[in-house]
Design a binder for this molecule. Structure first.
Ligand SMILES: C[S@@+](CC[C@H](N)C(=O)[O-])C[C@H]1O[C@@H](n2cnc3c(N)ncnc32)[C@H](O)[C@@H]1O
Length: 211
């Protein structure tokens, strides 16, 4: 191992491009020159940021997610990161515009995020797009997610730590879905619930696994 390689052995990514530079305009000259230490897939190495987003846009899934943000919920960053991993069409923040981006680990730069100040604004937008609004929470009348046939075009909506889904969002949801639990706690955290629910959509629509 060369000395330079050893220095970067524990770093993510790749060093400067070796040999003749590619001419494709998706490549970023600065990254080719300095190396690409971003947390991106190998197929996107040295690509310009906007070229990566454009490529993701060609293959986004039709599901979307929303999270209520009335008290600056710390889960939002993680929800955005998971939505990016599953290439959701969009993440919606309902309530306060500001949210803590730390948990997103920069994935928010690659994910379309839309803000709606009220539940009514959000629901009007979703219905205008022909999207079915599905709440995810543990209400007594919630349907088990494990037995629910998720529609292809839907928005999965999550509540906040503490209060959970607002009454207004619950009323606006076509159904509410609960995730089966087996321990002593009432609920899991919102980001964990979002990951489970998004993956249920992936299993259904990417892998054809019906309930
Ligand atoms: C910590 S929970 C809120 C508290 C919960 N409403 C309660 O009664 O204990 C935060 C959010 O995580 C999601 N959540 C957590 N556990 C869940 C479960 N088992 N099924 C569905 N959603 C869940 C919901 O979106 C919920 O609004």
């Amino acid at each position: 191992m060369r000395e330079d390689d050893a220095a970067h052995a524990h770093e993510v990514g790749v060093g400067p491009w070796e040999g003749q530079w590619p001419t494709d305009e998706r490549y970023d000259p600065e990254l080719l020159r300095d190396g690409d230490r971003r947390n991106v897939l190998d197929e996107f190495r040295y690509w310009r940021h906007d070229a990566i987003v454009a490529e993701l846009d060609t293959r986004r899934h039709p599901f979307q997610v929303a999270i209520e943000n009335w008290q600056h919920d710390l889960n939002i960053g993680t929800v955005v990161r998971t939505a990016n991993a599953f290439n959701a069409a969009m993440v919606h923040i309902v309530g306060k515009r500001r949210w803590n981006r730390r948990g997103a680990m920069v994935t928010d730069k690659y994910q379309h995020v839309m803000h709606h100040p009220t539940v009514e604004d959000f629901v009007t937008w979703a219905h205008g797009e022909g999207l079915r609004v599905l709440g995810v929470d543990i209400f007594p009348d919630s349907v088990p997610l494990e037995r629910y046939e998720l529609p292809e075009r839907c928005v999965l909506v999550f509540g906040q730590e503490g209060p959970g889904l607002s009454e207004e969002m619950r009323a606006a949801s076509e159904a509410t879905l609960s995730i089966a639990q087996y321990g002593s706690t009432r609920s899991i955290n919102a980001a964990s619930a979002a990951a489970v629910a998004m993956h249920a959509w992936i299993r259904r629509w990417e892998f054809g696994q019906r309930v």
